[in-house]
Design a protein around this ligand. Structure first.
Ligand code: PRP
Length: 174
């Protein structure tokens, strides 16, 4: 696919499902029932993770998505980020859970979190399926992390290489 083939399965579909179920239960325990919860998926990489995660959160909730551009020099944490697709949902007065597939350099999160914070959510937390643990401390660390990621290029379960491999039910290295 795209001239590349996967080398090694890093996390199987079964391992992912078990971890996502555990995270969903932890998230459901964390939020007070009866207060508005918005799960906000960062596209495109999180689309499968969000779909599976929300089905494991036994709370009333809303789902929306956003797409952030990666323009700029990519090395600063200025909070300067452009939303290519801005969620229709109002963030003010709601618990917002941002869902990311992978934290690599941390640049996306460092830019996005201050922007979302300025919209006045009741709370703002981050849930990442994978964390490479290679970046300096984030402006706000993820409260929930699925797996520490190995130092390899990972694809599958939403993650891509040149848009390929997103559909794989497992996570593999290239
Ligand atoms: C990837 C991934 C994260 C981000 C992580 O997105 O989905 O959003 O990079 O990297 P960082 O911590 O170094 O910022 P990408 O821009 O490839 O878009 P995609 O989600 O559409 O694949």
């Amino acid at each position: 696919m795209g001239g590349r083939s996967v080398q090694r399965v890093a996390f199987s579909a079964e391992e992912i499902a078990a971890r996502v179920a555990a995270m969903g239960a932890e998230i459901a325990d964390h939020y007070p029932r009866g207060e508005p919860l918005l799960v906000l998926g960062l596209l495109k990489g999180s689309f499968i993770f969000v779909a599976d995660l929300v089905r494991e959160i036994d709370l009333p909730l809303h789902v929306d998505f956003l797409v952030a551009s990666s323009y700029g020099n990519g090395t600063t944490s200025s909070g300067d980020v452009r939303l290519v697709y801005d969620p229709e949902a109002e963030l003010a007065g709601r618990h917002v859970l941002l869902v990311e597939d992978i934290i690599d350099s941390g640049s996306t999160i460092n830019r996005l979190m201050p922007l979302l914070e300025r919209r006045g959510p009741l709370s703002l937390e981050l849930c990442a399926l994978l964390h490479k643990r290679i970046c300096p401390p984030l402006v706000k660390e993820a409260r929930w992390v699925g797996f520490d990621a190995p130092p390899e290029f990972l694809v599958g379960y939403g993650l891509d290489h040149a848009e390929n491999f997103r559909h794989l039910p497992y996570i593999a290295s290239l």
